[in-house]
Design a protein around this ligand. Structure first.
Ligand code: B12
Length: 214
């Protein structure tokens, strides 16, 4: 099978919520020399199909939960293969999903990519209150704070976190990168963020630039 066909099969297998199949194709693709980044992209496409099916009421919450579990397992298989790179200075990144939001698959991909690229990442998890972001920024003094939100209803919370940083006198000390499905460049600017990343790879590119020009 050609590389494209394997990747398409992986997307479809995840979209069918097939745990065994996804695990198997991931391993085969990796041992066949397909790049880990392409594999993660194929899996992300599978998650988008699942989202569409959920919207069309073809899938329900139980399928979303299963998909989350499959994605977590797949990430564990792929993580050791994510390309290791040397970063001169171990720049610090703090990242979390904002309060009210439990989605963390995308955030975890960002973390895998950053960690395997040599960044020192502190993961605050999901449903993180703004006070915790502020406390961590003041203690760890990261170069970048990454915020994630997947629900339209929780995106405004990103603005609340940024305002809380301002109130604590910490806004200038850290660059804020936001990501998540309901966002775009314009919305991110309105929230007061420095950068918007549509995916993990864009996030890595932005963060590399930010720490380079520090
Ligand atoms: C899996 C999933 C779940 C799982 C989450 C499991 C987990 N551990 O994360 C569970 C079952 C828990 C869940 C619950 C709910 N979900 Co849900 N979920 C999804 C689903 C299918 C996939 C999300 C995903 O993982 N995508 C794959 C990853 C790789 O993509 P990503 O998250 O976008 O991340 C990438 C980029 O956005 C970016 N990125 C993201 N964050 C960040 C941060 C930084 C710093 C950077 C640089 C980049 C970055 O990089 C990532 C990688 O490239 C989406 C549908 C979809 N199309 O996305 C719905 C979706 C997000 N969910 C939705 C809904 C409605 C819900 C529920 C309210 C359902 C319910 N009735 O209870 C609850 C809410 C729970 C809560 N309080 O958060 C809606 C949101 C609609 C809206 N307008 O707000 C969606 C869009 C489904 C739909 N089409 O209706 N969900």
């Amino acid at each position: 099978m050609k590389e494209d066909e394997i990747l398409q099969k992986l997307t479809n297998t995840l979209a069918d919520i097939d745990l065994e199949g996804t695990r198997k194709i991931c391993k085969e693709a990796l041992s066949g020399g397909i790049s880990s980044i392409k594999i993660v992209k194929a899996l992300s496409e599978g998650m988008s199909v699942i989202g569409e099916k959920f919207e069309a009421k073809e899938y329900f919450l139980s399928e979303l939960i299963m998909a989350g579990e499959i994605m977590r397992e797949a990430q564990e298989i792929i993580e050791p293969y994510l390309e290791e790179e040397q970063v001169k200075r171990r720049s610090k990144i703090v990242i979390g999903t904002v309060e009210g939001d439990l989605h963390d698959i995308g955030k975890n991909i960002v973390i895998s990519l950053l960690s395997s690229s040599g960044f020192d990442v502190t993961d605050l998890g999901v449903n993180v209150p703004k006070e915790r972001f502020v406390k961590t920024v003041s203690e760890i003094k990261p170069d970048v704070l990454g915020l994630s939100a997947l629900l339209r209803a929780t995106v405004p919370e990103m603005g609340e976190v940024i305002q809380a940083l301002k109130d604590a006198g910490l806004r200038r000390a850290v660059k804020v990168v936001v990501g998540g499905l309901p966002l775009n460049e314009e919305y991110a600017e309105k929230l007061g963020a420095d950068y918007y990343a549509e995916d993990a790879w864009k996030g890595l590119e932005i963060i590399r630039k930010v720490v380079d020009t520090d």
